[in-house]
Design a protein around this ligand. Structure first.
Ligand code: F0G
Length: 348
């Protein structure tokens, strides 16, 4: 197993020798060059492939911290509201630690792979007739009334753990990139990157911090609109969020870096999703492709400097959402099992 993330970045994390480390070998994810998209944009585009984490998303970086601290503090259960990935990660790390996990999800609105993960790891899955925002509100009330540890990104340990993605990028590039493009949902991850880049610069590990560009889906863009969205809707189900818990913090972080938050349409997201898969060989989930959709949009409007090093965060694995992958692809051709039929299909 790779060294636990907590051990690799122990100096930057609020852990002590008595913290029990609950790890599945998270982090150390690949930073992959995107030659096709780089040629297209004139920038040097790289993908931080967070789908390579143990449960297939960046949440594992935060969850190893949140669950380790929950065990240290004597919690006997963890709880979260989720659009899918947090629930999958919480379920896996809780299983590893022998803790009970409870997850609240919007009914019928999370991708099949994520639901499968939460269920197989033995979490108690409660599907609410509501969106993520209402589910999170209920979770906040539960943790005030019961000895259950909240593992949404409102939990500071989640943010501490997720900062490590910024450390890894800087370690690999030898400095911070010029810009970071990242999808924004509940706004925890962009906040974590901002803090991570800042901490690394303050520790003298890098000279600068990158410009942060966050991307929401047009139908779920409260930070772009400047007010909550009642019924958020987007193909990118992971970021179908109308009232981000860390919205103000994230806006401040993006603005102070010289960047901003922008909306990308579902069409732009799906175009980037297909391009990544077909031209770069990188399969991410739709929400993740919002980062690349944003980079492409910025490049086409002159918003990315030629030659700039731009890291796009691909937050979750494509296998999380097989339904969208199949929908966005050509139909499978069924044939009789005969040589002539196969030759006809291949060569006409
Ligand atoms: N990308 C993916 C694949 C996600 O699952 C999420 C959030 C985000 C981006 C946005 O990150 O919320 O920190 O701004 N997923 C959460 C969940 C909400 O419940 O799995 P954020």
């Amino acid at each position: 197993m790779p060294q636990p993330l907590i051990d690799r970045y122990r100096d930057f994390l609020p852990v002590s020798s008595s913290t029990p480390v609950v790890s599945l070998g998270e982090g150390a994810t690949p930073l992959v060059e995107l030659p096709h998209l780089s040629a297209r944009t004139g920038a040097r585009l790289l993908a931080k492939v967070e789908g390579a984490n143990p449960t297939g998303s960046f949440k594992d970086r935060g969850m190893t911290m949140a669950v380790s601290k929950a065990v240290e503090q004597g919690a006997d259960a963890v709880i979260c509201a989720s659009t899918g990935n947090t629930s999958a990660s919480a379920a896996a790390y809780a299983a590893r630690a022998g803790l009970r996990a409870v997850v609240l999800i919007p009914e019928g609105k999370i991708a099949a792979g994520k639901l499968a993960q939460a269920l197989i790891h033995g979490a108690q899955v409660l599907a609410l007739d509501a969106g993520f925002d209402t589910a999170l509100e209920i979770v906040r009330q539960i943790v005030e009334r019961h000895n259950v540890s909240l593992v949404n990104s409102l939990n500071e340990y989640r943010i501490d753990g997720q900062r490590t993605a910024a450390y890894e990028i800087c370690d690999e590039l030898g400095d911070a990139p010029d810009a970071l493009c990242i999808p924004v949902g509940n706004a925890g991850n962009v906040s974590a990157y901002s803090l991570g880049f800042g901490a690394y610069r303050d520790a003298g590990r890098t000279r600068r911090v990158p410009t942060l560009f966050g991307f929401q889906a047009t139908g779920a863009a409260p930070l772009v609109l400047g007010h909550p969205v009642e019924d958020p809707e987007t193909v990118a189900s992971a970021i179908r969020i109308g009232n981000p818990a860390r919205g103000q913090q994230a806006l401040g972080a993006m603005e102070s870096s010289g960047g901003q938050v922008e909306a990308v349409s579902d069409e732009e997201i799906l175009e980037a999703y297909r391009l990544l898969a077909r031209r770069e060989g990188v399969f991410c989930e739709p929400a993740s492709a919002a980062s690349v959709a944003g980079a492409l949009r910025r490049a086409s409007s002159g918003g990315l400097r030629a030659g700039a090093t731009v890291v796009c965060v691909l937050t979750g694995h494509g296998l999380k959402d097989p339904t969208t992958a199949i929908q966005e692809s050509a139909a499978v051709k069924a044939l009789p099992a005969r040589l002539d039929a196969v030759e006809e299909a291949l060569f006409g």
